[in-house]
Design a protein around this ligand. Structure first.
Ligand SMILES: *Cc1c(COP(=O)(O)O)cnc(C)c1O
Length: 382
């Protein structure tokens, strides 16, 4: 079986550097908040031009920390796209606030500004306070921050960019991380920049917010370690993970270019048989996933046919959040969210990582095209 994501190829490339970095931590022994934490925060800020970076335990806690800093609670309505990973909505539920699901656009799969406007009306009808929006940069492509920021400004909403899949990407010439007041990301191993366990970060332009986040990350501590001035959490990143990320960050820009090449080869080879991904003008995706749209009637046959050829595929995501049992009681911007529902039926993600060799990729493309003709697959538009 071809790997869906090949983490071993990257490890092989930088194994000596990783070992040296891990060994430095074993030598100094500062496993919690060791020097690598501050060093990584500095390097991440430089990488994405953010004013401040706070590393943390994972990408879910990263969003939760910002929500806590903003005192989000019951009565607040927070707008979240329905077509995303559950973590984006989960943290809102933790705070006792109300998730309002909004629909996404058919080509970028990101927040639909019109649906967001409808969601704000819905919140008001329900007697809720529209507080904030958490746009997601799905599959690595930035959401349309100009459009979303205009609405947010008009309505007095804050924005937390969930860049768990897009860190390293670019929106109209600007790196993800400095576009809005706060951006969060994940370093889960399979994300474009991943560590060897759990990890995450918050990027912010607001110094006061940073101070609050630093306190929340360590049980709401004050000036003194055993002084607690707010309810916080244990949200620290391990020093070992920071040491690993410092080495991976050095080759990350190059890896994003390699991912772009892989995406280009797929799109050249497959655009006759499937709807290939659309990237907005002036944006660079990190290609966390390379996702096609295919005829829903034939998707299962495609999945099985490719599997028989040793080619793994994944459906991200088979069920929009507003249809998930845990979230179905939350309101939606409109009665149905047609695009989220359609996408869940037609998307299909192919193997994607920076080290996918051209020969292997040609084999994937060839198998896909052969199967497409056998299944009489037509280019299918949602
Ligand atoms: C992975 C992911 C998260 C959560 O990150 P973890 O580090 O796994 O907690 C949040 N949002 C999106 C869109 C993700 O893809």
């Amino acid at each position: 079986m071809i790997p869906f994501i090949d983490l071993a190829a990257q490890q092989k490339r930088i194994r000596p550097q990783l070992e040296a970095s891990i060994n430095r931590v074993l030598d100094h022994g500062a496993y919690i908040m060791g020097p690598e934490i501050g060093e990584l925060e500095t390097q991440l800020s430089i990488f994405c031009n953010a004013q401040h970076t706070l590393t943390c335990s994972n990408g879910t806690d990263a969003i939760a920390l910002v929500l806590m800093a903003k005192n989000v609670g019951p009565g607040d309505a927070i707008f979240v796209p329905s077509f995303t990973f559950a973590a984006t909505a989960e943290v809102v539920a933790w705070m006792g606030a109300t998730v309002i699901f909004v629909d996404v656009l058919k080509d970028t799969f990101n927040v639909d500004p019109e649906s967001l406007k409808q969601g704000i009306q819905r919140a008001k009808q329900l007697g809720l306070h529209p507080a904030g929006i958490i746009p997601v940069d799905l599959f690595g492509q930035p959401a349309d921050y100009d459009e979303i920021s205009t609405i947010a400004l008009n309505q007095g909403l804050w924005i937390i960019a969930d860049a768990a899949q897009s860190f390293g990407g670019t929106y109209k010439g600007r790196k993800i991380g400095s576009l809005v007041e706060s951006t969060t990301t994940s370093f889960f191993p399979a994300k474009p920049l991943g560590c060897y366990g759990d990890g995450g970060a918050v990027f912010t332009e607001n110094k006061d917010l940073l101070k609050t986040l630093q306190s929340l990350r360590v049980h709401g501590q004050g000036e003194d370690k055993y002084q607690n001035i707010r309810i916080g959490m244990n949200g620290r990143m391990d020093t070992l993970q920071a040491a690993i990320l410092l080495e991976k960050l050095r080759i990350f820009s190059e890896e994003i270019s390699l991912r772009q090449k892989v995406a280009n080869r797929y799109s050249e080879g497959l655009s006759d048989v499937a709807v290939t991904p659309f990237v907005q003008e002036g944006c660079i995706s990190t290609w966390a996933q390379y996702t096609l749209k295919v005829d829903p009637e034939k998707r299962q046959d495609l999945i099985e046919g490719l599997k028989n050829e040793g080619i793994p595929t994944v459906v991200y995501y088979p069920l929009p959040l507003h249809h998930q049992r845990a979230y179905s009681h939350y309101p939606c911007a409109t009665e149905t969210l047609p695009m989220s529902e359609t996408l869940a039926r037609c998307v299909l993600s192919l193997p994607m990582h920076p080290y996918l060799e051209p020969e292997m990729q040609n084999q994937i493309i060839q198998s896909f095209c052969d199967l497409a003709s056998r299944l009489e697959l037509k280019k299918w538009q949602s």
